[in-house]
Design a protein around this ligand. Structure first.
Ligand code: FAM
Length: 438
């Protein structure tokens, strides 16, 4: 059985030819109109990128000409697919740990990179490879140890990832004049190193900021999620380990990225309150709600609280989405996990109660295009149940997971010699001039 890198070496020349042929055949064709609202609306729905290893449904619009990506040509009603597969499909098809029932994120990474479902042995080899690469340079440990605990965990995370660039295989190969054709090899190594080192970074931040003692060593016999859970201090709770397997799998992919510093920049983007930090904001909001209306509040009291949030000019965190127009399948996956492992938990019940109430209110308020919950509406309640209660930390775990999607894309960017992405910008004056009299 080939290793991931060996399989990639087989797939890349075929994909390079496919891209060449697609550009030759379709390169000069128009992809359709661009409307001014798309410029003002953060390029929403604008076909401006090629997805090479990815999946968010709306993105599949850009992928249609790149056949090897084979992503689900779904629509906004559907939510994320990973290389064409829904969350229930990957839960069914990807290898599990012995005794576990959630997919191993190692397998998801294999799927994102190759488009293929790996065998258990291939996944177990990835676990071993990542364990062997997991140590972080001493100076990065020192950088983290010197951060004041008041520096947001996401800022510490991005700082440490930026510092990892010191040992970048790509930077070294580039400085040595590597041929463009070979870029993907060191990029692959950087990607594997990055993913492997994130648990040590995330674990160290958690323990430093919240005074949780010293990190245990990585266990080379255990899978990635087990090691991550152990570094956080939850390694002896098998259900939490299962949660990490699910969590890392479903948060892994979204949109582009390239070098290690870009991943660090992406982490800063992820840390925006309406984006990845929303899982922190959901828990802050739920906690405030519980403080105000009590733990077993009536539907009426919850409704009133939701309305007061809207009337205060704030958003209901965890609801709405820029692209999706139904309940996020990642929310559903987490809800099913909760029904299995913590059906009677009060916070989970509140999350469910809110699910019954908020969409109706958002529809009545009439602004949000999507009144349904997104991935962030649920994750914090699960982490809290297992004792990971520090909400400011949640997006770090999100960021660990997201490295899988970003690096899978990055490897293909290098393999296909993708250029820098430079969407053009226009001023309002320019737009007025262009459309004058039209
Ligand atoms: N609560 C209150 N108002 C909302 C809302 C919500 N949950 N979702 C959307 N709206 C409002 C929105 O603020 C906008 O109002 P204005 O016209 O006054 O600016 C209007 O509805 C139309 O917005 P939209 O087109 O439906 O959504 P956008 O594409 O502009 O924004 C989100 C999408 C995700 C930023 C938005 O739904 C939101 O702020 N949600 C709450 C925060 C959240 O949960 N973010 C996490 C999203 C998650 F999937 C992720 O990226 N990690």
């Amino acid at each position: 059985q080939p290793t991931l890198k060996e399989r990639l070496a087989e797939l890349i020349p075929v994909a390079q030819e496919k891209v060449k042929a697609a550009r030759h055949e379709h390169g000069k064709k128009s992809f359709g109109p661009v409307i001014v609202d798309q410029l003002y609306g953060g390029m929403r729905g604008l076909p401006a990128l090629i997805g090479k290893a990815r999946s968010w449904t709306r993105v599949s619009l850009h992928i249609i000409i790149v056949a090897f990506a084979s992503d689900g040509f779904g629509d906004v009603e559907e939510g994320i697919r990973f290389r064409g597969k829904t969350i229930p499909e990957i839960q069914g098809q990807l290898p599990k740990a012995p005794g576990g029932s959630e997919p191993l994120p190692e397998g998801l990474f294999w799927l994102l990179v190759t488009g293929e479902i790996p065998t258990y042995e291939q996944v177990a080899d990835l676990s071993k490879d990542w364990a062997a690469r997991a140590a972080i340079p001493e100076f990065v440990e020192e950088v983290l140890d010197r951060c004041p605990p008041t520096l947001h965990p996401m800022s510490q995370f991005s700082l440490a990832v930026t510092a990892l660039n010191h040992n970048s295989a790509f930077a070294k190969a580039y400085a040595e004049g590597v041929s463009k054709k070979e870029y993907w090899g060191p990029t692959f190594e950087d990607s594997m190193d990055l993913i492997a080192k994130l648990p040590n970074i995330a674990g160290r931040i958690y323990r430093n900021v919240y005074g949780r003692g010293k990190l245990p060593p990585i266990d080379a016999q255990k899978d990635y999620s087990h090691n991550l859970a152990a570094l956080l201090g939850f390694g002896d709770n098998p259900a939490f380990v299962e949660l990490m397997r699910l969590y890392i799998t479903i948060h892994s992919d979204h949109e582009g990225g390239n070098t290690l510093p870009s991943y660090a920049a992406a982490l800063n983007g992820l840390a925006g309150p309406l984006h990845g930090l929303a899982n922190q904001e959901v828990l802050v909001w739920l906690t405030k709600m519980q403080a105000k209306i009590g733990e077993d509040a009536s539907d009426e009291a919850v409704k009133e609280y939701v309305w007061s949030t809207l009337k205060g000019g704030q958003v209901v965190p965890g609801y709405g989405h820029a692209v999706l127009r139904k309940t996020d399948p990642r929310y559903v996956a987490q809800r099913e996990f909760a029904l299995k492992h913590l059906p009677n938990d009060k916070l989970f019940k509140l999350v469910g109660q809110i699910y019954n109430i908020v969409p109706g209110i958002l529809l009545e308020a009439g602004k949000a295009k999507n009144p349904w919950p997104n991935v962030d509406a649920h994750s914090g309640a699960l982490l809290t149940y297992y004792g990971l209660t520090e909400m400011q930390y949640y997006t770090v775990l999100f960021g660990v997971s997201r490295a899988f999607g970003v690096t899978a894309q990055l490897i293909w960017d290098r393999a296909l010699g993708a250029p820098l992405e430079r969407p053009k910008s226009y001023s309002t004056d320019a737009i007025n001039k262009i459309f004058k009299g039209k």
